[in-house]
Write a protein that binds this ligand. Sequence first.
Ligand SMILES: NC(=O)c1ccc[n+]([C@@H]2O[C@H](COP(=O)([O-])OP(=O)(O)OC[C@H]3O[C@@H](n4cnc5c(N)ncnc54)[C@H](O)[C@@H]3O)[C@@H](O)[C@H]2O)c1
Ligand SMILES: O=c1ccn([C@@H]2O[C@H](COP(=O)(O)OP(=O)(O)O[C@H]3O[C@H](CO)[C@@H](O)[C@H](O)[C@H]3O)[C@@H](O)[C@H]2O)c(=O)[nH]1
Length: 429
Amino acid sequence: MNICVIGAGYVGLTTAAVLAKLGHQVYCVDINEERIEKLQRCEVPIYEPGLQELLEDYKARLIFSTDVAGHISQSEVILIAVGTPSLPDGRTNLSFIYSVVDTISQSITSYKTIITKSTVPPGTNESIHHYLLEKGVSPHLFDVVSNPEFLREGSAIYDMENPDRLVVGIKPTDKKSRKIMEKLYVGLNSPMIVTSLNGAEMIKYASNAFLATKISFINEIAMICDQYDVNIEDVSKGIGTDSRIGPHFLKAGIGYGGSCFPKDVKSLIQSALSKNVCPKILSTVEEVNGSLVDLYMKKLLKEMKDLSGRRIAVLGVSFKPNTDDIRESPAVKLIEKLSQQPCMVTVYDPKAKLPDWKKDNISIVESVEKAVLNSDCIIVATDWDEFVKMDLEKMRTLSRGKILLDARNCLNPKKVSQSGFRYIGVART
Ligand SMILES: NC(=O)c1ccc[n+]([C@@H]2O[C@H](COP(=O)([O-])OP(=O)(O)OC[C@H]3O[C@@H](n4cnc5c(N)ncnc54)[C@H](O)[C@@H]3O)[C@@H](O)[C@H]2O)c1
Ligand SMILES: O=c1ccn([C@@H]2O[C@H](COP(=O)(O)OP(=O)(O)O[C@H]3O[C@H](CO)[C@@H](O)[C@H](O)[C@H]3O)[C@@H](O)[C@H]2O)c(=O)[nH]1
C-alpha cells in the first residue's frame, strides 16, 4: 500500500521504517525542513538503537519529504504521528493534530483511511471525523481509525515489530478499515483488539496510567522499606513473581519521566475532571512521582550537610537509557535543583541532547571519567549500561569524595562499598 506517515519523530520514523520493511511504499513527511533534509541524507535526527540501519536497509521504499499535502494525495493510508504535548493546565495540545487534519481536508480527492497513531484524549478521533465533515469533505472519502502506539523509546523497533497487541478503534459504521488495518500490519504476529474510537484512545491512556501507577506504587513502598531496612529489590521480586502482579515496572528510583507518562497521566486527569470525575489515584501517582527528586536531594544533603564549594558529578540526563530524549527527565530536574545550591555540577550522558542551561555552575563533559574527576559525590541519574558497568575502583581513584548516590538503584551496593564508596540508594540493604 502507499502510506503517508505524518511526523518524523520517534514514533513516525519507527513506524515508517517498519512499514517499509513490511513491504509498503512509505512517504514520511514533516514540516521540519532541517529534519527532513537530514533524513534525505540518511542521517537520523534522533538516537534510537537500530533505526539508522533499518532506514538504510529499506530506503528503496522510503521517501522523506516536506510536501505533506502532495504525499497525502498520493496515499491510500494516512498515519498521523505528530506530537501531542501538554498545555500548561495539563490538557493535551491538539494543535499539531488539527493542523494535519486541515491539510488533509484541503488535499483529499480520493478515499483515505486516516489513522491516528499519536496519543490523543478520548473523543478526539470522533471530533476529527466531525471536523472533516464540517470542512466539507465527503463521508465517502475517508474513515478515521484510532491506532495508538505502545512502543518504548530505546526498544522502539522491537516493540513495533512485536507488539503485545494492536489496538484498533473504528466507528461501528466503518466497514472498510478493519481489512485495511490487517493489510497494513500483515506480517506482524500480534492479536488485534478492535474497539470503538473512544475505546482505543482510553486503552492507550489507561495503559500508560497503569504503568505509571506501578512505578509510583513501588516508589512509595521503597520509601517505607527505607525506614524498616528492607531491601526493595527483594520486595519487587517477591511481589512480581505473583503472576497476578507481574515483574515489570517495579523498579524503584527517581521516578518516571519521558515524553509520555507525565503528559498522559496529566491529560487523563483533565479528561476525567472535564466530565466531573475526580481521579484520586491518578493525582496521587503524579504527586508521588513529583516528590522523588526532592527525596534524593534530601538524601544527598543528609550525607553532605552543606554543598558549598562541592563538586557533584551527575551521570545520565536522558529519562531512561538507550535514548537521547530528555523530555520530563527526572535527571534534568535533579540537575536544576542541584544548580540552585552553591555547588559545581558536572554532567555527562552518552547520547542525550543536552539543554543549554546557561548556568555558571553546570558544566557538560564528554566522559564519565571527566565528570567524576575531583568530584565530592557521584550521582547516577540514568541507568545507562555504561554507568552500571563502570570501573568503580577507577572512579574511586578519580573522585575526591566517597559518596555515590544511585538514584536508579541500578548498581550493586556491595561492589560499590567494596570499591571504597559509601553507597546510597533507596531501600537497598
Ligand atoms: N515517543 C514515544 O515513545 C511514543 C510512544 C507512543 C506514542 N507516542 C505518541 O506519539 C506521538 C508522537 O510522539 P513523538 O515522540 O514521535 O513526537 P516527536 O516530537 O518526536 O515528533 C513529532 C514530529 O511531528 C512533526 N510535526 C508537527 N506538526 C506537524 C505537521 N503539521 N505536519 C507534519 N509534521 C508535523 C514535528 O516536526 C516532529 O518531527 C505523540 O502523541 C506521543 O504521545 C510517543
Ligand atoms: O520499573 C520502572 C520502569 C520504568 N521506569 C521509568 O519510567 C519511565 C518510562 O519508561 P518506559 O515506559 O520504559 O519508557 P517510554 O519510552 O516512555 O514508554 C512508555 O510510554 C510510551 C509512550 O506512550 C508507551 O508507548 C510505552 O508503552 C510506555 O512504556 C522512564 O523514566 C523509566 O526510567 C521506572 O522508574 N521504573
